[in-house]
Design a protein around this ligand. Sequence first.
Ligand code: ADP
Length: 445
Amino acid sequence: MQDFWFRVSLPVMFSALIALLLWGLFSPIPALLFMVAMLLMVMAHRAWQLFRLERWLSDARIETIPEAGGIWEEAFSQLYRMVKRHNQTKQELADELRHMEQATAALPEGVAILNEVNRLEWFNPLAQQHFYLDAEHDIMQDITYLVRQPEFVEYLLESNFNDPLIMIPARHDDMVLSIKLIPYGGNKRLLISRDITQFKRIEAMRRDFVANVSHELRTPLTVVSGFVENLQDMPDLSQDSARRALQLMAEQTRRMDSLVSDLLTLSRLENEQSPMHEEAVDMNELLNEVYQDGELLSGAHHPLRMEIASKSNLLGNRDELRSAFGNLLSNAVRYTPEGGEILLRWFERGGQLVFLVQDSGIGIAAQHIPRLTERFYRVDRSRSRETGGTGLGLAIVKHIAMRHQAKLEILSEEKKGSTFSLVFPIKRVLQGASKNSEFAQMQSE
Ligand code: ADP
């Protein structure tokens, strides 16, 4: 510090010494003039350095640091070190902030920061999607202007945020959001939004499924228990009536039996813990079995044809494949009026293998096609029931197709007929001949 004062006052002291000398040699006037001139020079030099300092500070970079001797040079370099440290801290903070932003952007939830008057200070891309926000214009906007649904505004104003708010956003009516507000840092609030559409859909499907199963079982159970009561109350019922009642009871129990068996098949297929046992399936053999089942089911009411145009076999589960092929053929038989043709084909298409069932039956209107594989979805409920359908056949086919990475393609036209194809990927194709290797073509009247 002492050194500093000495160096600052050195030019003045030096000038004063010379002024004293001039006084001694000449007179006080030249000495005073000299002193004033020297002081003005010192002031001008300092003003000039201050001006350079101010100019440099507006864009402080090492390359542009002013060159100045003595004490000014030291001041400049100290200032430079300070600016450098400050810039470094600023850069570190900006990096931290960027990392935080990247982390919150990667969150599977929407996050927005609200200030004490519900203005949006920041939000991540998912919150932007959920609330339809504009990243440029909506910062510092009041969220209640942007999301105006009354239940949301009410939730925001009330101070009890223990339970989340379940809401359908106005601009995405196919989405369900779970919203939670978390107060933090005194008077700020985190708005967390989670897309629970899928969860709600599964919940609804499960509810519908239980309701459907109960409904399906109730009808046959009511019929059977009604007849049992009748038989109990009327022991002298005629042989004919008793036989008729027993026949109807047997029909209904068969229906319950096939329903339960389809439900068990579905639950087995859905059980991810039971991995699929895979084998090389002899397709010629399998297709012949399916064909014979079809003949039995049709009872010679339909001309049934089969074309096996590929020698290739499949890598898959034989029982599952038989069930899927059987379901498709059984549908063709059940939804084709007597005399209508049914064709089974096994062929290659662009390296993939296709199992196709084509019928000339009642067909399906286009709007039903996307929903056919839903459980219990039927176009004509009574026809399905009359023919012993459970409404689960195509759901089973879809599951089996998925387990074999196959695609179920449906083409249909009302009153003209339908074509159901299962397309198996190349990786399931096993080249080579089956035991009965010649190409087969079968026909029945
Ligand atoms: P179901 O036991 O009722 O036949 P599925 O799941 O097998 O159940 O089929 C669902 C619905 O798809 C059927 O109820 C029927 O309306 C329609 N369907 C399936 N296959 C055919 C077909 N080959 N021709 C016409 N409609 C069909």
